[in-house]
Design a protein around this ligand. Sequence first.
Ligand SMILES: [Zn+2]
Ligand SMILES: [Zn+2]
Length: 474
Amino acid sequence: MDTTHCHYHGNQQALWQCVTCQRAFGGCCIPLNADDPVEYPPCPLCRGQLKLIAKAQPVEAFTENLGQCFLIGLQRGPLTMMGMLFLGGLIFSYSSSFIVGLVILALMLRYLQSVLQATSQGLHKAPAFRQGMADGGFGIFFRFVMLSIPVIFILVVSSIKPDTPALREVLMWLLTLLMPALIIRIALVEDYQASISVAGVLEVMRGLGWRYLVLCLLVYALWLNYQLVANFIDLPMKQLVPALLVVLGYYCVVIFALLGFAVFQIESSGEAGSAALVDSFAYPQAEWLTKRALADSEVRLKEGQGPSAIEILTLALENNPDDLRLNERFHHLLFALKMQDRCVRHLSHYLPLAAQHNPQLAANALLNVWKIQAEYLPDDPTVCERAAQVLLTRHKAREALLLLNRFPQRFPDYPFLARACLMAARSYAEALGQTKPARELLNYLRGRQPNPALVAEIASMEQVLDRIEQLKPS
Ligand SMILES: [Zn+2]
Ligand SMILES: [Zn+2]
């Protein structure tokens, strides 16, 4: 099945199409407001109505997951569970205690439920045994016991009348057909009555359609397979109970994982799937405003409508002047569209913001602006120091020293003046091999009655300078 892609992002699936201008958009371009959902968001280009064209991915074949399920059964969590079953089986075979049997069953069901929950979210990894025990209670055990009462009842009734094997056969087939849906409901729905409600069970079957029959057959086949292995481990021998339990545990993990994957397929396909797909692009109001401005301006830019893109961001920044992403995009747009005056003016707001939250961005912006105005210098010492630090890590010592140039004269009251001067001295000496300006800076620091810690740093820096000068050819 081929999918339409976003007109602006070729790797994104299209979720919307404009009724008027026919453009297809992905969720990337149409962020939604989670606090005020609308059924039909407007087209970012012509404000026409968008219609939902999202189609969830087709359901994978079960056979594709079957191999995975066998592997999941061999992961650490399931193996730990089997170890627990083995120990429990040992205790059980010596004590024959009914309570021990119930505890083993409860622990196993609790863990199996966590396997089903994990795979129902599409995970290919079973939870660790301890984690499986930790989240949630033992409700599944009681739901299972309650479910088994009518099942046992049916089996007993059918065995009372041994002359009607047909009835027994029909009941067994009915159980085989109901079991997968019942297990899914019992594992995922906390409330017992709701979990075995006819509507709920039918919903599972409807969600999978004809694939539900395949699922039943697979589960049935796995169960037969288990019984074959179990028959091999001669049942009457009490000593073999632990081994039998280990095999049972393994097959149960495989079956529960398979059922979990079936749930995942129901939820990621059909109508529910496309709703979930669209919902994954919904954001709280404040976040949405930013996302929408970014997406709309990107669409405009890609349509060659630079001024509209700028206008969208200008408006968004009026409402949210300190949003780093909006400012970053605004800077890039102004620079790319060669709106040089505005670009330089915007820096007085953008640079302090970037220096505070992400100095890498401040350094990038400075490298840009120097292409417009080679002598540009920020008038904020924090910006200069942080951007210089980033530039030094990128081996751009000359650019860093531009920012640190005449630091004492420019910012005599900066509380971290000494730190900035030491950084400048080090980069003069180590990156450029210029010891003279480095010594000047150190002498300046010595003249300011430095504290003992700083004196020690200056001294060690001076030793470095001595060594550099000794190495230099005279
Ligand atoms: Zn349109
Ligand atoms: Zn897009």
